[in-house]
Design a protein around this ligand. Structure first.
Ligand code: NAD
Ligand code: LMR
Length: 335
């Protein structure tokens, strides 16, 4: 993160010369396990001039705390429905980690019942108060919450598929860490694309495209793939009832939001894996590498050449991924 901030600062000092202001970032669910550290990391991002921390309760305290960090962003806490509009007004990027996390034994889909309604309500507010914002959806199940948000934005007549993202950065962060550890590589120099969705077998690391390339046995590839797919469950089990990944997710969420901000700010070649409306496969939403630009998605990259193992993984995920997407679409349509 320190390197990220240094690099970001360099980009910003070059870019801010012809810019009158930075960006407004809103975090919804800002008093939660992800929201608090994510808010802190966004306060440290030099592209952020206004940081809006919203939750149903608890945000005045979080905002007072974060506001003492000696960086430029002005921080304000907003609590409860009545303040949601002000929290979102003219936001450039909205990060959404609002909703309940898993407990051991649960799937991400088990969160649908509670989180679908939360995400729908918050997206409706985005449509009303910041219709041009880039929305970074973290709330699970991402495979369904992104389609829900898309349908809500469509209903409100403001859907821009270039600006709605399911945040799958944590899968990439994990894949890079595990690949580097296994092969004795320097973690910061490793890249591993992760495609598909964000749940179990829908998470597909493309280890055949990892760089630097390393020859691995089938068993090692299988183990690394499964560990990436089960990374969330590994943390849920270790936390033993106290929630799911929060710190690594805040880091991943801040990385992805930083990528959106840098792209908005005119930086070229900003490429991230993210879950977007896509025609790369038969699934209407799919995560691949995406080039981000000032207006959001600039180019959705293809899958590249897959190994036989990866092709099998891709085929296997499709029914689940499409079901999760349909479930989200149907929920939003029935509202
Ligand atoms: P948490 O319970 O610690 O925090 C969630 C926060 O959301 C709470 O502060 C709660 O008050 C708030 N909230 C609830 N309803 C809200 C509403 N209507 N408006 C605003 N805020 C509201 O949970 P957490 O650990 O921070 O996880 C949040 C979500 O992120 C979960 O759904 C979890 O599964 C998901 N998650 C996703 C990823 C990913 O890779 N995309 C990774 C980790 C966690
Ligand atoms: C993760 O991948 O850590 C999150 O999706 C949270 C979870 O429930 O596993």
């Amino acid at each position: 993160m320190a390197a990220l901030l240094r690099a970001s600062s360099r980009t910003v000092s070059k870019a801010l010369g012809d810019q009158t202001r930075g960006y407004k970032v809103a975090v919804l669910g800002a008093a939660g396990g992800i929201g608090q550290p994510c808010g802190l990391l966004m306060k440290m991002n030099p592209l952020v001039t206004e940081l809006s921390l919203y939750d149903i309760a608890g945000t005045p305290g979080v905002a007072a705390d974060v506001s003492h960090v000696n960086t430029g962003a002005q921080v304000k806490g907003y609590a409860g429905d009545a303040e949601l509009g002000a929290a979102l007004k003219d936001a450039d990027v909205v990060i959404i980690p609002a909703g309940v996390p898993r407990k051991p034994g649960m799937t991400r889909d088990d969160l649908f019942k509670i989180n679908a309604g939360i995400v729908a309500g918050l997206t409706e507010a985005c449509a009303a108060h910041c219709p041009k914002a880039m929305i970074n959806m973290i709330s699970n199940p991402v495979n369904s919450t992104v389609p829900i948000a898309a349908e809500i934005l469509k209903k409100k007549g403001v859907y821009d598929p270039k600006k709605l993202f399911g945040v799958t950065t944590l899968d990439v962060v994990r894949a890079k860490t595990f690949y580097a550890e296994k092969n004795g590589l320097e973690t910061a120099k490793v890249d591993v694309p992760v495609v598909g969705g964000h749940a179990g077998i829908t998470i597909l690391p493309l280890l055949s495209q990892a760089t630097p390339a390393v020859a691995m046995t089938d068993d090692v590839i299988d183990a690394l793939t499964k560990r990436t797919q089960d990374g969330g469950t590994e943390v849920v089990a270790a936390k033993a009832g106290k929630g799911s990944a929060t710190l690594s997710m805040a880091y991943a969420g801040a990385l992805f939001a930083d990528a959106c901000l840098r792209a908005k700010n005119g930086e070229a070649n900003v490429v991230e894996c993210t879950y977007v409306e896509s025609t790369v496969t038969e699934a209407p939403f799919f995560a691949t590498k995406v080039t981000l630009g000032k207006e959001g998605v600039e180019k959705i990259h293809g899958l590249g050449e897959l190994s036989a193992y990866e092709q099998k993984g891709l085929d296997a995920m499709m029914p689940e991924l499409k079901d999760s997407i349909n479930k989200g679409v149907e929920f939003a349509k029935s509202m």
